[in-house]
Write a protein that binds this ligand. Structure first.
Ligand code: UD1
Ligand code: UDP
Length: 377
């Protein structure tokens, strides 16, 4: 009898990182299931870099990225391209993670072809459809038709159940990003900026709702921190989006102890997180990963779909106003005990076995028995 086919879709850096461990887990069961990896190419360099960290290469690459692409153009091209791939490959299950346009289109294309869709990192919610934009819409829409919802936390599962998802379609798995970060950390590369005797302050920002003035305010706050704390080196990996880079460069370029760098690949970025005393970020993935190393995070947003970190004490929501970012970070940098206290909180996002739980549930859905792992609590 022919093996069933699972078709994974990725397109952006976080899609690749959070899907990688799951794809590899499915590949371990190659005797029972065929695994196809499809890339929309919504991102180019950043996607290739992320897949490369796991030695993965897409079987099909739609190569969609344009500079200055609009949401509508990525959506229409990805939907059409993925529709054709699903028609050609006839998968039994389509899987994708998170809330990017690629993921939304993967789900929608599967829905139109009436192929079951498995949503990895399902159930994250904020109260506003406008924040994060457009991600909150994307993940809510996927929640309407996903046949399997792989919720990273209990809270995410409860969100889905409250929206009416069938209880037997919702599984709490932990976040597959924690599997990725643990696998990479085990490779044990050295920490960067070894020649800097002081602390590293890491800043990443890219969210659409922070483009322009909010990013400028954050950059000004970071500059004030570096000027005040002479032992601090600010490291800013710049997202490839030109709008983001221009804002960061206009405030920070050429300033003492401010290092603007190209996005390090995932292996190097994980080491950079470990080297950091404090992280300022609006990234979803970084919020989840940093607590794995006990590094405190100030979240540059007004709302978060990841309240678990805030409740556990590893993260604080500080918004994007210069004064708020500056004073929140300043109080921590000036008080090593407070920083240390945040650093001790435990990681609420996963135990490194999320991919195995996704594999178990997905294969069982396809009628294949495979080894189960203990639940994530
Ligand atoms: C996308 C996702 C966002 C995710 C982020 C992760 C959507 C709508 N947004 O946002 O949810 O958090 O990725 O980073 O899906 N670019 C390059 N090279 C790259 C990647 C991007 O040059 O490898 C530039 C291009 O000019 C591109 C622009 O960045 O047009 C924006 O990329 P896009 O994927 O549309 O949006 P992101 O802001 O990256
Ligand atoms: N990351 C990376 N290099 C960088 C910045 C981030 O490898 O320069 C990784 C990070 O560890 C996390 C993921 O990329 O796993 C997050 O991607 P991003 O912040 O672009 O997207 P988000 O998680 O906000 O959707």
């Amino acid at each position: 009898m022919a093996r069933p086919t699972a078709l994974f879709v990725v397109g952006t850096r976080p899609d690749a990182i959070k899907s990688a461990a799951v794809v590899q887990e499915f590949q371990r069961f190659a005797g029972q299931i065929d695994t196809v990896l499809v890339s929309t190419g919504q991102h180019r360099e950043m996607l290739d870099q992320a897949l490369g960290a796991f030695g993965l290469e897409a079987d099909v690459d739609l190569g969609l990225m344009h500079h200055g692409q609009t949401l509508a153009s990525v959506t229409s091209r990805a939907l059409e391209g993925l529709d054709q791939v699903i028609a050609d490959r006839a998968p039994d299950l389509v899987l994708a993670q998170g809330d990017t346009t690629t993921t939304y289109c993967a789900g929608l294309a599967a829905f139109y072809r009436q192929v079951p869709f498995g949503h990895i990192e399902a159930g994250l919610r904020t109260p506003s459809i406008w924040s994060p934009f457009p991600e909150e819409f994307n993940r809510r829409a996927l929640g309407l038709f996903a046949r399997l919802h792989f919720a990273p936390t209990r809270l995410a599962a409860d969100n889905l159940l409250a929206e009416g998802a069938a209880p037997d379609s919702v599984m709490v798995t932990g976040n597959t990003g924690i599997d990725a970060v643990q696998a990479v950390a085990r490779q044990g590369h050295g920490l960067p900026y070894a020649d800097h005797p002081g602390r590293v302050l890491l800043l990443t920002t890219h969210r659409r709702e922070n483009w322009g003035e909010p990013q400028l305010e954050v950059a000004r706050a970071a500059l004030r921190l570096v000027e005040e704390f002479e032992d601090v080196l600010l490291v800013v990996p710049m997202h490839r989006n030109p709008a983001v880079r221009t804002a960061l460069q206009s405030v920070l370029e050429g300033k003492p102890r401010c290092t603007l760098v190209e996005p390090p690949d995932y292996v190097d970025f994980v080491q950079l997180m470990r080297r950091s005393a404090l992280i300022l970020t609006d990234s979803g993935g970084v919020q989840e990963e940093a607590p794995a190393f006990g590094v405190p995070v100030l979240v540059l947003r007004d709302t978060t779909e990841r309240p678990e970190g805030v409740e556990a004490g590893t993260a604080r929501l500080v918004g994007t106003k210069e004064e708020s970012v500056y004073s929140s970070a300043r109080s921590l940098l000036a008080d090593p005990a407070a920083l240390g206290h945040m650093a001790q909180a435990t990681n609420p996002y996963g135990d490194g076995m999320a991919s195995q739980r996704v594999r178990y549930a997905a294969l069982r859905f396809l009628g294949i028995e495979s080894p189960e792992v203990p639940p994530w609590v």
